[in-house]
Design a binder for this molecule. Structure first.
Ligand code: AAM
Length: 351
């Protein structure tokens, strides 16, 4: 497996914990802005389906397996499920503004889905969410020496772009689709900034306001949990499991003035290779956060849907790259994860 950055501490953790934050934003209803769902309407169910897959290996209330058009490329939650299960890594969900309730146990942030970012305000209670999440982060057992956090929120790369711009980063965000709708995203972000009276970099000293006006409800939860956790466990490692969305959250944590030692970002090779984004430059040069990535080797797969990852569909999500990375630290080869995902897909195909 390729890795890119040896500045990350790659020793085996004793007590890892994987958190996944689940949210919706009405931004995903904009036609063609997100590929994290077969249609714009179905993006509402993506985080619910993802949580049910990670928890049980099957969908329960979600109408269909979350997938990316046009080739129905299957959700990265299958990868997360396989990696966590094989490596016996405990996980926990946080509901931070879902449209529907998944059939899984979760911590409830008692908040609502985010508005379309073209509205003046998108997450009115961003500050309250951050503060509640901070308390949750502080309460996570002190024996956790490796906290990994992933997310599922369709439309999340667009909100990430908006927040990065508000904080003064010209970050080119990735996409769940091989056809990243960069022009559409740029237009939507501009409209959102205009509606909120925000200009490039104008909120660099007020990242919570950037989330309130242009972000999504997943962001203050991840930022709050991470900073709260670090207050009581500063020596423990924290990995933001994701691509450019996690870079946006790192920028929030940094601009809030918190200590970012021991925080890194881990993603998949598919995000790093995305020419429409600039993940590597954004993380290592612009934000100064250590990053690493894994190669899920889905090009080797017998399953045509998984092979589409190599073409740039899906790429990452639900902390899939991080989950493979963590499973590998726990001694599970990447091949085993892929085979387990293929096995799960065979079960779906036979239903
Ligand atoms: C999460 N679930 C997914 C998925 N993601 N199911 C299928 N494909 C994905 N890529 P965008 O901004 O294009 O919607 O991409 C962000 C979403 O894609 C996030 O939910 C992320 O977890 C991933």
């Amino acid at each position: 497996m390729e890795t890119s950055d040896s500045s990350i501490n790659v020793s085996k953790p004793n007590n890892p914990l994987f958190l996944c934050v689940l949210s919706n934003t009405k931004t995903s209803h904009i036609e063609k802005i997100s590929g994290a769902g077969k249609t714009a309407e179905l993006t509402d169910y993506t985080p619910v389906g993802d949580a049910e897959i990670v928890e049980t290996g099957d969908i329960i209330t979600a109408p269909i397996l979350p997938m990316t058009p046009p080739y129905d490329t299957p959700t990265p939650s299958l990868t997360t499920r396989a990696a966590l299960k094989l490596a016996d890594i405990p996980h926990m969900f946080i509901n931070s503004g879902l449209n529907f309730t998944p059939e899984v146990p979760f911590v409830d942030m008692k908040t609502s889905p985010g508005e379309d970012i073209r509205e003046p305000v998108t997450v009115p209670d961003a500050k309250d969410i951050f503060e509640r999440a901070y308390k949750i982060g502080k309460k996570i057992q002190t024996k956790t020496d490796f906290l990994m956090i992933g997310e599922s929120i369709a439309g999340g790369t667009t909100t990430a772009m908006a927040v990065l711009n508000a904080l003064g980063y010209d970050g080119n965000v990735s996409s769940s689709s091989s056809l990243n709708p960069v022009e559409l995203k740029t237009e939507v972000v501009k409209e959102g900034m205009d509606a909120s009276g925000v200009t490039f970099g104008s909120l660099r000293d007020n990242p919570i306001h950037a989330i309130k006006t242009l972000g999504d409800p997943m962001m203050p939860t991840v930022a709050g949990v991470v900073t709260g956790f670090k207050e009581s466990n500063n020596a423990s490692r924290v990995v933001l499991a994701g691509g450019t969305q996690m870079a946006a959250i790192f920028s929030v944590i940094k601009h809030l003035g918190y200590n970012t030692d021991n925080i890194s970002i881990v993603t998949t090779q598919y995000v790093v290779n995305d020419k429409t984004a600039n993940f590597e430059k954004l993380t290592t040069e612009m934000l100064g956060v250590p990053m690493d990535f894994v190669d899920p080797e889905y090009g080797k797969s017998s399953h045509p849907g998984l092979r589409r990852y190599e073409a740039g569909d899906v790429k990452e999500g639900v902390g899939a790259g991080g989950a493979i990375y963590l499973a590998r630290l726990m001694g599970i080869p990447v091949d085993d994860v892929r085979k387990e995902v293929e096995r799960m897909l065979e079960i779906f195909a036979s239903k």
